[in-house]
Design a protein around this ligand. Structure first.
Ligand SMILES: [Ca+2]
Ligand SMILES: [Ca+2]
Ligand SMILES: [Ca+2]
Length: 360
């Protein structure tokens, strides 16, 4: 009996060892495939997690910058209304305007107040070096952070504006208020620029009216301005600016997007129309190259290119001068001929007005 049972017992033991200690080729392939799928899923989950974290970090930086800008804009508004010392600044600005055109000597107080407000905003939030007081006549003192610098980006100028001067009682931002990951000198010129969590520089558009009127509005258009012809204003802007008022839908109806928040009564455009045909010409000064498209909604815009690193917007010019008619500083989107993927490139951008990482 023992001789009969022994081979069977040995076979069972061998069979058990085979099941426990080895796999067929098919079993191994199945296991390896499952592991590969799990690994690729994990990589995707981790990549999405990192991307989401970067979006949130970028949104936090941009909202912080937005708060710093708002504090200064509010201080400007209060000072214009109540601070007697501001009168001195207003007189100085009016003298500068008169130096460009004697017309400003006879300007109405109401229109002057609109232009002065814009000029103060421009001086305190320069987008190109020529807008920094003292730059054009080379009177910046030795040691001034911008002295002798070239290729100054809007991001570098925004950092400079917020960290180097007191704005009507609001002190400059201290180094401790910003993380090292929020501002770096990417191009090594000694000027820090605000950056997003992907390490790309942010952009600053002070008056992003080109976003709302991509085709522009030159002064000859303004003279014959017809809101009904601009019924589709804002289609691109709504991607970057949440809560834009809807454009008018009835021809001739007043268009909420065709309103300058600094000038809700449209005094500047009225004045331009009034002067048309007279010997006074202010169009050399009051134009989109120096200011923005008029009769148009605007708000300071801080933009990250987002995950894809592409803005979909024309870059604000570097350097001290821009050519006449250049509107790139107004946040003009690329045309589809220039960038076939412009809508996709715009769609993941994070701004101080869309709060994309906040859930939309
Ligand atoms: Ca630079
Ligand atoms: Ca730099
Ligand atoms: Ca983008």
């Amino acid at each position: 009996m023992r001789h009969v049972r022994r081979p069977q017992a040995t076979a069972r033991r061998l069979s058990a060892r085979s099941r426990c200690g080895g796999f067929t080729l098919v079993e191994l392939l199945v296991v390896m495939t499952i592991i590969a799928i799990l690994m690729s899923m994990s990589i995707l989950v981790i990549a999405n997690y990192i991307s989401r974290a970067r979006e949130q970090a970028t949104a936090a930086t941009i909202l912080k910058i937005d708060g710093l800008i708002k504090d200064r804009m509010d201080a400007l508004g209060r000072a214009l209304e109540t601070d007697p010392d501001v009168q001195e600044t207003i007189d100085e600005i009016q003298a500068d305007l008169i130096a460009t055109n004697l017309y400003y000597k006879t300007i109405s107080r109401d229109m002057l107040s609109v232009l002065v407000r814009k000029e103060i905003v421009r001086r305190n939030f320069p987008q190109r070096p020529t807008e920094v007081p003292g730059w054009s006549d080379d009177t910046l003192p030795l040691g001034h952070p911008l002295k002798g610098k070239t290729d100054i980006s809007s991001s570098e100028l925004l950092y400079y504006a917020l960290t180097n001067s007191t704005v009507f009682g609001v002190p400059p931002v201290g180094a401790g208020e910003l993380e090292a990951s929020e501002a770096q000198d990417l191009d090594g010129d000694g000027l820090l620029e605000f950056i997003d969590a992907w390490g790309n520089p942010l952009r600053f558009y002070r008056w992003p009216t080109g976003l709302i009127k991509p085709n522009g509005t030159d002064l000859s258009d303004l003279i014959n301005y017809n809101p009904a012809a601009n019924i589709n204003l804002g289609a691109g802007a709504s991607i970057l600016i949440q809560g834009l008022p809807a454009p008018a839908t009835v021809p001739g109806e007043r268009n909420p997007l065709a309103e300058d928040p600094d000038d809700p009564l449209g005094r500047i455009v009225s004045e331009i129309k009034r002067l048309e045909g007279s010997s006074i010409d202010i169009r050399g000064e009051v134009n989109a190259t120096n200011w923005h498209d008029f009769d148009t909604f605007h708000t300071p815009l801080v933009v990250s290119a987002g995950r894809d690193g592409e803005f979909g917007l024309r870059p604000p010019p570097l350097g001290s001068t821009i050519s006449a008619g250049d509107r790139d500083h107004l946040a003009v989107p690329f045309t589809t001929a220039e960038d076939p993927q412009v809508e996709s490139h715009l769609s993941d951008n994070i701004t101080n007005r869309n709060r994309r990482a906040g859930g939309n």
